[in-house]
Design a protein around this ligand. Sequence first.
Ligand SMILES: Cc1ncc(COP(=O)(O)O)c(C=O)c1O
Length: 296
Amino acid sequence: MHLIAYVNGKFQSLHNAMIHIEDRGFQFADGVYEVVACYQDNFIEMGAHLQRLEQSCQKINIELPASLCEIRNLIERAYRFNRIPNAMIYVQVTRGMAPRTHAYPETIQPSLIITVRPLPEVSQEKLAVGYRAITLEDIRWKHCDIKSIALLPSIMGKHEAQSRGADECFWVDEEKHVLEGSSTNIFAIKGSEDLAEIFKSNKKEQTHILLTHPLGSRILGGITRDLVIRSARKLGMTIEERPWSLEENGITECFVSSTTNAAMPVYSVDDNSVGTGKPGPVTTQIRQLVLNEFYA
Ligand SMILES: Cc1ncc(COP(=O)(O)O)c(C=O)c1O
């Protein structure tokens, strides 16, 4: 597949696309990024991703090298050049190139890089079973709300998960509260009533609770997290954004969310089954609503 990348003003073959070795992204991971999904020409929540990119830049004092409108246009062009119907578009802004020293010059031109790849497809087999997760003590920094390109802890967490036969690691804090995954947000569902029964009986009040860690500096405010919360509201669920742990009574389902996963059920954490140990009905409903938004 001949891929085209955008690097600092030029579209070119990915094969030849280069940045200077003194780019601070390479030297210090001094930069931020976004991943936007596109299904058949439909960019998912592009506005929200651009807004988060702008916020990440502001938080580390990088001035965006182009307006949000121009970046949107470049993303759309990159997508069209690559002719990948279901694509994952990676947008990276680094502080730019300067002789390597920690302090950065005030007058520095940030780098903008856009690459496009096929969106990884979740296999039907995986979906039928769900993900396995492990918990790990959070070893990251105190600004997880910034979508930083410094992903070493996430790489280590994901590697540890995979080497133990799991799909995702759940970062937990000192009190074992579940924060987020290496590249996902995490949700639990509490509620004993069968959702199918609730729908059948047309009961308006539904008793399921959606639990997720509150926004703040310990998690990334996922764009899909917002979609999940909106979907759960549509189902009449109660949303509780508060610290929670896997030991909490009454958890019947668990799932993760991200741009590339939508909502994926989690059937086991640290070798303990969650609920029935199978993808649950509420997760399935929420996943469907999120996918409806994706394909809208
Ligand atoms: C640490 C972390 N949390 C959550 C997410 C999910 O965010 P989004 O739904 O915007 O893809 C990601 C995505 O990369 C992530 O890296």
